[in-house]
Ligand binder design. Sequence first.
Ligand code: NAD
Ligand code: MG
Length: 409
Amino acid sequence: MEMAQGMGRRAAAPREAQVTPPRTLTVLGATGSIGLSTLDLVGRDPDAFEIIALTAHRNVARLAELAIAHRARLAVIGEAHLYGELKDRLAGTGIEAAAGTEALVEAASRKADCVMAAIVGAAGLAPTLAAVRQGTRIALANKECLVSAGMVFMQAVAEAGAALIPVDSEHSAAFQAIDGAPGALIERITLTASGGPFRSWSHAQLAAARPEQALAHPTWSMGAKISIDSATLMNKGLELIEAYHLFPVEAHQLDVVVHPQSIVHCLVSYRDGSVLAQMAAPDMRTPIAYALAWPSRMDAPTERLDLVRLASLTFEAPDEERFPALALARQAMAAGGGACTVLNGANEIAVEAFLAGAIGFLDIAALVADTLDAAAAKGLFAPAQTLDEVLALDGQARALARSLLEGYG
Ligand code: NAD
Ligand code: MG
């Protein structure tokens, strides 16, 4: 597949950037699944890290508790009306409190050796870009940044000389297996997918799937949005786009294979026939530890692999008929950066609507497909050149998806 102009290409080799393990750390999205796993690791070696800032969307009690436990200098709650409650909960601790979306960006801009970008969705875009612009190490979990704003994001990474270390398990695996090798040596990168909770469900079963069934992931424990994305396989589609921006290969060199055990996370095939794969138990603390300690390694208390007990690892091709989201992501990649912004925004609306019981499971991919068609008809696929343009296009995509939503359910 040919990549349209303007997708943007990775510009910075992380190897050239900062190589001392971080001491000071900010966690954007501290109350989420990735944020809590990060703080679990930090809490096991509290002398190794100093927390600059922790942020959350609206779970003010949990945020205050984490800020106190980890002696953060600053705690920021995204919802501005929760400022008073945060301030009260932090009274007498010496921890600074702030609230609102601008405060999130300000927290991300504070000097830190590493910023863990673990907000979910395009809401993480402005704060994560602010962190990038301080030229520090970004441990990137928030994959929607690269899907929605790949070109703008990678340009900012290059300009600031930031070290971008992927946290997504497949991309951490690829980063480790590539280890700075030039693109000319790589033939193919194969991301593995668990297949999600509905891997073997029929079309009729999928049509009736309920949110609580979609949230019950067989191998990974994750936040709600990515759990639904895993059930539709949109997560793997987003990850193809993420990989395209992170690694020196073309879109046609990126592949997906279903591997229900989630032990092998990615395979990198070289031109001499060698295939380097990374394996680990399905626990995000391994890729998080890698991003925090790179280029060194730190302890992570995860289950160790017992290959004899596992006995077999299996692989199968994804079924793109039952799971059309993968093809939609490839289609958006081929159409260019603007289409990826639309794909991401529409998917966020569709997942929200499914979780709210407003649409069925199969409607998620259908709504994304309809939004892509409607956006193409309106000529909305021009790649955005700035953060403001990305946010404007993201807003248009969401509005289109919401208006199409009325025809569903
Ligand atoms: P989560 O829903 O558990 O946590 C999200 C965090 O972001 C929370 O701290 C929440 O307070 C914050 N947040 C949400 N909306 C916000 C907003 N509008 N403004 C400010 N903060 C907001 O999500 P998660 O599972 O931890 O995932 C975080 C990111 O990491 C996602 O992009 C996801 O795709 C990616 N990721 C997660 C996993 C995983 O195992 N959980 C694996 C790979 C990648
Ligand atoms: Mg992943």
